[in-house]
Design a protein around this ligand. Sequence first.
Ligand code: PAF
Length: 283
Amino acid sequence: MVLVHTVEELQALLDGHRKSGGTAGLVPTMGALHKGHLSLVERSMRENDVTVVSIFLNPTQFNNKKDLERYPSDLEADCQLLDTLGGEIIAFAPSVQEMYPQPDTRKFSYPPTDSVMEGAYRPGHFNGVCQIVSKLFTIVKPDRAYFGEKDFQQIAVVRRMVDALALPLQIVPCPVVRETDGLALSSRNALLSPEEKKIAANIYKALSESRKLAASSSVSQVRDFVVKAINAVDGLDVQYFSIVDGKTLGEVSDWAESDDVVGCITVFCGHLPVRLIDHIRYK
Ligand code: PAF
């Protein structure tokens, strides 16, 4: 693994690979790497000659200052983890000044994908995601970019952006990696106490049970079941649970409305509290 901090250093390394006809994969991250990130990096390494892992805590996607301040970050630990994978990895850890020499005033708008759910509760969040992801795409020019399906809505928004800007790359969604008790891996889990982590496992438990219920119940019955089951757990508080078309992210009121139906949830957990997101596919 090679660690670089500037666009110039990164592009010099990538030019070398490109001259010998190599392909490049990009795994965009905000650091605090875990096994979920590593699964994206490993997939990229299998499918490309070189993999760029960007490690950048992007300020423009945080609408809440406190959330940004307490977001876990440990570049040394991230590099050690990447080193365990061997292979052709470039870790790109730029400064805020490097990525935003001037304030980014660009506006991205892809409703309803970016205006519902996370978009409604975190105004400006997806605009910031599109700002940084589009910059990374311009700098790295990857053949493929890898995103974890845990951030289900983010993938839908990024796909819309790639289509709108006609960017010549493939978006590769990768499955959620979970703890053995079902909790989806997330950098934010580091902010939970061991006890809160156990409590948080009830989110996926309720989602999994709701999938069984879906065969014999209406959309609204399934929605009510999930919200009630999670809110009944001390330490959990559902912010929203939406059952949506997996592509447009528009809400569905009947299972027959789409053949791609996903339940997306955000739950506050624990003393801080930490906002945890997850989803389940019904169809
Ligand atoms: O999913 C994330 O960690 C971030 O939203 C991303 C894609 C790295 C952009 O900052």
